[in-house]
Design a protein around this ligand. Sequence first.
Ligand code: KE4
Length: 427
Amino acid sequence: MSRSQDLMKAAERVMPAGVNSPVRAFRGVGGQARFIARGEGARITDADGRTYLDFVASWGPLILGHAPAAVVEAITETARRGTSYGAPTELEVRMAETITAAYPSMEMVRLVSSGTEAAMSAIRVARGATGRDVLVKFDGGYHGHADSLLVKAGSGGATFGIPDSKGVPAALAALTVTLQFNDIAGVQELFRQRGGEIAAVIIEPVAGNMGVVPPAPGFLETLREVTARHGALLIFDEVITGFRIAYGGAQERYGVRPDLTCLGKIIGGGLPVGAYGGRREIMEHVAPLGGVYQAGTLSGNPLAVSAGLATLAALRTSGVYERLERLGAKAELGLVEAARKAGVALTVNRVGSMMTGFFCDGPVTDWPSAARADKQRYATFFHAMLERGVYLAPSQFEAAFVSLAHTDADLDDAARAAAESMAALTK
Ligand code: KE4
């Protein structure tokens, strides 16, 4: 019996499936979830002392890798002065100034403690500011687990085939309309029919929760034009893409300016931070300025903000995004070559340092095409890589992340493991 197995037996007695977030339980790929004891740079070590090259990066936050010295130092220094006050601190001002400087569309921002809170709050502000109720999202899009967003949701919703969660009142779910990602005609038709009812469209500008799916040329621009024309707000959920695919996120990379933006993950550097923000006249609806209520005991927590500020400072070093692009391209090539040599059907979608290899033929441009991927084959590949010391997301419908801690030698090792694992698929 391994230590992870022992721990999972104890965990299952006191936590649902022994985990605090569903995807960690390995139910999407089967087998024994690894309990992780420590992380260092590009690697994690499990409770049995086995070390893995990590491409999950805590689902995106760890763009610098595990336990970077600057982040550990920032947390330690801040903790020595106290951990939380429930009162404003200078650190929050610096974080808000850093975010609004990097995201010109965010004239004002509110810090919260998770991406879920950011998306939930952004929707409430959009409904409060427009006086409308209908929300539009995309099949396979995941924006956290707020009720209105657990409709045709991606990530765990897609992995476990529960895109529409139990416990969400039908009356509330009916206010969420879903479209297919990249379906420009579908967006135009819906707005032709119901434009006046729609408070907001929320989108991951690069989808990361059906696996990685980039926006088709013109898709984001059309969303921007159609929502503006009908008085609906455009919300970019950049919880994954923010500070990941460019310092200024997807809105910098694609040059499309949303009305509201959600951030998370990287801005906390591995500690709990989320944020939402946008044009001043929209954010002035937020309490205590306006009538849209949102609050949080640990919002803007000094420790978490310190970790985030240290992370964002490191991302302002010149050459960082060129390195992430080069490493991402190298990782993609390793995967593509491994599949080609083994004669395995694989479609790799990549934007910068986030990518997904779908085990299917043909392009993956939306949820229906992503859902064609062979989940069993992904699970077999996942375990073959795990045995070879490479830790991928335990779900076909998630992103793999390269960090600044990954080296060329690490990616050569990962490519070798992929070549062996792909070959094993066809034996
Ligand atoms: P959190 O509440 O998990 O911090 O953020 C929710 C969220 C919002 N928006 C996007 C685009 C997201 O990807 C997420 C969370 N992502 C998942 C994995 N893709 C977190 C991992 C998990 O659920 O355990």
